[in-house]
Design a protein around this ligand. Structure first.
Ligand code: UDP
Length: 196
């Protein structure tokens, strides 16, 4: 089986390597729009209580187990996931790929100065990456579409959304259609880590 359902969330049973090499890299190269949720137990619990959020999570192309608890649950259910794939690791693998292939990346989320520092860090660590643009993550929901349209105009290959859950998944699910291509993923507090 390729999927294991945990509390009604269908997780892909892919190793990090399978996900990247067999799915994400080919989809990036063909310009196929792709939305990834790296779901930990908090996200699964939130989805149980919030139908809108559940819909946002379930509309992802890939739901990946980011959390030891999810992996353990899959084993108890008798349909084991081989390994945990963290959003953190996945983002850095994608940045390395972007560096190698001169892809463009958009960075949405966190406070303005955190966002600026995170983007500068990417710029210096990954000089081959084209920075499509960036935007802080503190705006009203009624601005979502205009922020998304501005980002979409820059035609990024990768869009990292660091606004915490449930906001980031709700944003991606509702607005990814405005982009002609791109890999979208919610990355929670990663910009804060990158900002140092
Ligand atoms: N954040 C944001 N907009 C918001 C709320 C949060 O950009 O409306 C940012 C926050 O500054 C932080 C990131 O979202 O950089 C992740 O926050 P948190 O660690 O709370 O999220 P989690 O990792 O738990 O999903």
């Amino acid at each position: 089986q390729e999927i294991v359902e945990i509390m009604d969330i269908p997780f892909n049973k892919l190793t990090q390597k399978e996900l990247l090499q067999q799915h994400l890299y080919p989809r990036i190269n063909s310009g196929e729009r792709t939305y990834i949720v790296t779901a930990n137990p908090e996200i699964v619990m939130q989805a149980r209580e919030d139908a809108t959020y559940k819909q946002s999570v379930k509309s992802a192309d890939y739901i990946i187990p980011d959390g030891a608890g999810v992996v353990i649950a899959s084993k108890i259910l008798g349909n084991p996931i081989e390994e945990r794939v963290t959003g953190f690791d996945l983002m850095f693998k994608l940045l390395s790929y972007a560096e190698k292939h001169n892809l463009s990346c958009y960075f949405l989320g966190a406070k303005q100065e955190v966002n600026d520092r995170a983007v500068n860090r990417v710029r210096s660590q990954y000089p081959g990456i084209r920075i499509a643009g960036s935007h802080h993550g503190y705006f009203n929901k009624d601005k979502d579409a205009s922020v998304a349209e501005e980002a979409a105009a820059s035609k990024p290959d990768l869009i990292f959304v660091a606004m915490g859950f449930p906001r980031q998944e709700n944003f991606i699910a509702a607005n990814q259609h405005l982009f002609e291509k791109g890999v979208f993923m919610g990355v929670g507090g990663v910009f804060d880590i990158l900002a140092g």
